[in-house]
Every structure is written in structure tokens, then in C-alpha cells.
Design a protein around this ligand. Sequence first.
Ligand code: NAP
Length: 280
Amino acid sequence: MASKKVAVVTGGNKGIGFGIVKGLCERFDGEVYLTSRDVTRGRDAVDKLKKLGLKALYHQLDITDQNSIDSFKEYIKSKHGGLDLLVNNAAIAFKQTAKEPFSIQAKETIFVNYFSTLKLCEALFPLLRNNARVVNLSSSLGHLSQIPSVDLRSKFNSKDLDIPTLSKLMEKFVKDAEANRHKEEGWGNSAYSVSKVGVSALSIIQQRMFDQEAPNRNIVVNHVHPGYVDTDMTSHMGPLTIDEGARSALFAALDADFKGKYVWYDCTVVEWDAPNAPSQ
Ligand code: NAP
């Protein structure tokens, strides 16, 4: 008998991640893991779903902690032998009112949103089964047009860009921010935006690598903008509910018949490298 399919969502205890876990519990044909960095918050979220008549499994996972990543990987490998869906949702954003200097915000934001997402992918990708899907949560602020410099944009958009070179670009942003040269170097003034441009560029490279290295395995990577959503990250300013914010990720996870694309909150495909992003 074939083993049951397995889905994993990072940062599933609240916000859009919780909405994605909820939608997967309703529609995914297999086991759904809600993961969170904090065990109490994660287990409370699983209980909340239980009260709605939905069953999510739980495992601790802090994407910034290599021990946590390694334990989770070993757990999934020994318990299930493989993985069918990975939703990289966990991320941070400093508030406009944050007191930390920009250099610290840049370092921390790139570390969590880009490098830690990449580390988790490196750990879990060897477990992906044929026809597996990966959904990376980007943002409208991850649209390539958010980077002011033409030269940087052409680097991000190069068909030959590989992960080490992309990571070097991310490191350069952190160094430029440390030297307070990020604006003159053409990065703009949002560390969150740079981190999400990194996540989108990463998604495109990941799809290209799967297509080149394992064309028959049909592994699908898409990146999504969930919309402007009523969550802690937006200080509850977004007009969309978390169920509405989960729509594009659920579409990419379960319904999309394309790969390597940037999916907008209304489930349409947007050109990542177009001169402008559509309004959100
Ligand atoms: P949120 O309410 O702040 O939730 C973020 C989730 O990520 C929380 O569960 C948080 O856990 C978790 N997380 C943070 N650092 C983590 C780590 N090191 N390891 C594991 N989990 C971690 O944010 P959201 O608004 O739902 O955003 C979800 C995703 O959508 C993010 O990727 C965000 O960038 C993207 N997005 C959101 C919007 C929007 O309008 N809300 C728009 C565009 C894109 P804790 O509870 O422990 O902090």
C-alpha cells in the first residue's frame, strides 16, 4: 500500500500560516503538519483546529535553528519516509516604529526570511517525493520592480543566477546596510522587500534546478503574494481575512497546473520581472 501523503507548513500557529494549515486539513489528501517555533503556541493552534473538527499533526520547527531543522528532518524521514508538500510561510517583518537600527533590521530580516528558508529547503528537499510541491510565501514587496537599481535587477533576473550567487547578493545587501550605503547601492529602504525579492528569485532558481536535475520527477515550486492580510505582521491593517490570505498558497499547493510562477492573492499569475507590480 502506498504511504499517505505528507504536507508541512512553517509558522503555522497563527496568521496566514494557520489559514493555510486549516485549508489543507480541509482539502489535502494526507497528513498535515502544523509546525511552529514555540511548542505551546503550536499545540494551542492544533487544539483550535480540533474544535473546528479538523486534524493537524504537530512538530516543533524553528527555521533559524539548525538543530530544530535537523530533528524535524529526521522525524519526517523516519516516520513518513518522504514529503509531498512544503509551504515556506514563516517570516518576520520589523514594524515601522521599530527602534533597532536599519543595519540590525537588515541582518535579522535577511537571516530569517531568506537564509533560514533556504536552510530548511536544503534539509527537506532530499525528502521530496515525485510530484511534490513547494510553495514559498513571497509578497507584493518581493516583486523585482521593488529594487530601484537597474544593475541589481538584472543580476536578480539573470537566467544563470544560481543559489550561491543569490546568497552573495543577499550578503551584499546586509553589508551595504551595515555601512549605511544601501540606498546609494540601489537597494531601496526596505529590508523586508529585499528579503522577499530574494525568496522569489530563490523560487525561480529552485524550479529551474529541479527541471534540469530531475525532469521526470515533476517537482513544482511556486511563490505567492497572499494579499494584504489582517495579521500581527500588518498590525491588523490588512483588509483580507487569514482564510482569504491563504487562498493563493492553497491554490499553488493543490490546484495550479503550472510551475515556477508568481501567484497573486486572486490566484492569477503575475510576471515577476514586469516593470511594475499590479496593485495589491
Ligand atoms: P505573522 O502573523 O507575523 O505570522 C508569522 C508566522 O511565522 C508566525 O507563526 C511566527 O511564529 C512564524 N515565525 C517567525 N519566525 C519563525 C521562525 N524562526 N521559525 C518558525 N516560525 C517562525 O505573519 P503573516 O502575516 O501571517 O505572514 C505569513 C507569511 O506571509 C510571511 O511569509 C509574510 O512575509 C507573508 N506576507 C504577509 C502579508 C500580510 O499582509 N500579512 C503580505 C505579504 C506577504 P511566532 O508566532 O512564534 O512569532
